[in-house]
Design a protein around this ligand. Structure first.
Ligand SMILES: [Zn+2]
Length: 178
């Protein structure tokens, strides 16, 4: 299982360097919006340094903010949160793509009969084998029937696993945003 928060942090680290990680981790741990001053207090570093880091993170889409004007001082207060749903979406769509490919592959395996060359282990569809009179086009050996049950079982397991992951993560995302 991929830890999304770890992936999120690592991605930020690789793009922006190790320095920004503390701010991102505080936001992830807190799980709710924080002002730059709250972050500075938690980390015991200067507010200006926190703002610099937040700005870098914001440019790359890792965090976002909303601002309200303080009634007394007239200053803007920025509330920051990590955009972890975004990485979730990226991961999810990547998994859906893999799932589609696996399903297509499984259909192909189910709908076709295969033959294999015992010499070089090359696999041929029924049509290819038939056209070559069931002899290997490369070496001329007699082709034998290929049992693709193992591949099918493997694909079925893999598909089920990814389906479960997607379902779990979709639920997780729905809970977080509600
Ligand atoms: Zn061969």
């Amino acid at each position: 299982m991929v830890n999304v928060e770890e992936l999120f942090t690592n991605l930020a680290k690789s793009l922006l360097g190790d320095d920004i990680v503390d701010v991102l981790e505080v936001l992830l741990r807190k799980g709710t919006e924080m002002t730059d001053e709250e972050i500075a207090n938690t980390l015991n570093i200067k507010v200006n340094d926190v703002r610099k880091k937040l700005n870098l993170l914001e440019e790359q889409g890792f965090v976002s903010y909303r601002k309200t004007r303080d009634k007394d001082s007239g200053w803007y207060i920025y509330y920051w949160k990590p955009n972890i749903e975004q990485i979730n979406e990226i991961l999810l769509s990547r998994k859906r793509l893999i799932l589609d490919k696996l399903r297509i592959r499984l259909e192909y395996e189910r709908n076709n009969t295969f033959f294999i060359c015992p010499q070089d282990n090359a696999r041929y569809s029924f049509e290819e084998a038939f056209e070559n009179e069931f002899k290997c086009p490369k070496c001329g050996s007699q082709l034998s029937y290929y049992d693709s049950d193992k591949i099918k079982t493997f694909l079925e397991q893999k598909i089920r696993q990814i389906e479960e992951e997607i379902e779990k993560e979709t639920k997780l995302g729905a809970n977080k945003s509600s």
